[in-house]
Design a protein around this ligand. Structure first.
Ligand SMILES: Cc1ncc(COP(=O)(O)O)c(C=O)c1O
Length: 413
């Protein structure tokens, strides 16, 4: 770029984000993000911090005291939980059913874990028995898995996994980034010890902060490793007996001191992201968590029915498909990248590509959060039909959109 050139104002093109996330941010969230800065120990701000903790306890359906935000995208939450729990040499079991399982295994490896994995073909999930067998065989300190893996659009059933882990003296961590409030996740009822998410999917916010929750079983493990940095260490504080956590930024015990009455200085909380997280949770809870789950389930039904009526084939085990994202095979003879480009250029609609073994084989269409609504499902199906016609396929005229309308009509909409 030549020096002294005046750079134009940012003016992002209007888009409808129907991919795997991020999705369009709810305007209520954009509004609160422009609100004034507050000092991080201003009583008004610490009150907002407390409110965020309370709001996310409801969202996670938990009584966990330790429910707060880690600054950074969703993987900041994954890293904070893993690096704080895993000591070098600990065994960690990761049931992998897509790209984000590989990510957990990779992060566990960086933490020095002895990583054990079981893998299932992309498009399938594990039975509880398969996970139980692996837990018994490997005796891990921690089982780490995803609820929904956007790379495959599959959702791992979790209701029984917490109990399996408890019976075998193992901790359970779940990455629910892609599924929370799109799928039910009663954290306490399902005995899940730690969960992390991001804002940019069903919570309708921008990427940049990771709400997490964990229980007293995790608290006990991480407090043994508590070391407070020099310069803020209170007089008389004694370090924990365990090895120091290898990250300062993601050190859960120090974050716990920051988010509790101790209010011990750590990082500068990402003020605008906290406002965003606060509003994202309020939006869900004002309508009701169940309403959010129902809306995602209905959109999935309409999207699947519409795509099938266009003679497209849905990817993967339908019984375990995430309701907020749908994988669809790219028809033979159709150039998948070209269709995505045409949708973007002609309609301003983004749908998702895919990676790993699915690259070039499927598109992934998201119906998440603020974008999960009837009109977007219908617009997307209509645009996709027109685009397929431009690209050498002739789906039955209007069949997709009409079937989707019928699904919504049946539901009284
Ligand atoms: C299941 C899951 N985990 C983790 C991530 C990573 O999130 P981020 O890119 O915000 O770090 C994603 C993003 O798509 C995801 O779907």
């Amino acid at each position: 770029m030549p020096r002294n050139r005046i750079i134009e104002d940012l003016n992002p093109p209007p888009r409808l984000l129907m991919g795997s996330g991020p999705v369009d941010v709810d305007p209520r969230v954009s509004r609160v993000m422009s609100m004034p800065m507050l000092g991080q120990f201003d009583p008004a701000f610490t009150e907002y911090m407390n409110e965020v903790m309370a709001l996310y306890r409801e969202i996670f359906q938990t009584e966990n005291r330790w429910t707060f935000l880690v600054d950074g995208t969703a993987r900041a939450g994954i890293e904070a939980i893993m690096v704080s729990i895993i000591e070098p040499g600990d065994t960690v079991l990761v049931p992998i059913f897509g790209r984000f399982g590989h990510l957990q295994a990779e992060i566990a490896g960086r933490c020095g874990a002895k990583v054990e994995t079981i893998e299932t073909e992309w498009g399938t999930v594990f039975s509880p028995d398969q996970i139980e067998d692996a837990v018994k065989k490997t005796a891990p300190k921690l089982v780490a898995t995803c609820q929904g893996d956007t790379s495959t659009t599959m959702a791992q059933p979790l209701a029984e996994i917490g109990e399996i882990c408890r019976n075998n003296g193992t901790l359970l961590y779940v990455d629910a980034t892609a599924s929370l409030v799109g799928m039910d996740l009663p954290v306490d009822a399902w005995k899940i010890d730690a969960v992390s998410v991001g804002l940019q999917k069903c919570l309708s916010g921008p990427p940049g902060v990771a709400p997490i929750t964990f229980n007293d079983r995790i608290e006990e493990v991480v407090l043994k490793r508590k070391h407070i940095e020099e310069g803020i260490r209170p007089p008389g504080f004694k370090n924990g007996s365990g090895p120091r956590i290898a990250s300062n930024y993601f050190d859960l015990p120090m974050l716990m001191d920051y988010w509790s009455e101790a209010r011990l200085n750590h990082h500068t909380e990402a003020t605008s992201m906290l406002y965003a997280a606060h509003e994202c949770a309020r939006i869900v809870l004002q309508c009701g968590l169940q309403e959010s789950l129902d809306r995602h389930a209905l959109a999935s039904e309409a999207m699947v029915a519409g795509l099938q009526a266009m003679n497209l084939q849905i990817f993967g085990d339908l019984e375990h498909k995430m309701p907020n994202i749908t994988g669809v095979y790219i028809p033979d003879g159709v150039n998948g990248d070209r269709v995505r480009a045409d949708l973007l250029n002609d309609f301003g609609i983004e749908i998702g590509t895919s990676f790993g073994p699915l690259h070039g084989k499927i598109w992934r269409i998201g119906t998440m959060g603020y974008n999960c609504r009837k009109r977007n499902v219908l617009i997307c199906l209509t645009a996709l039909e027109a685009t397929l016609r431009q690209n050498g396929m002739t789906p039955p005229a209007s069949a997709g959109v009409e079937v989707a309308i019928a699904v919504y009509r049946k539901a009284g909409q």
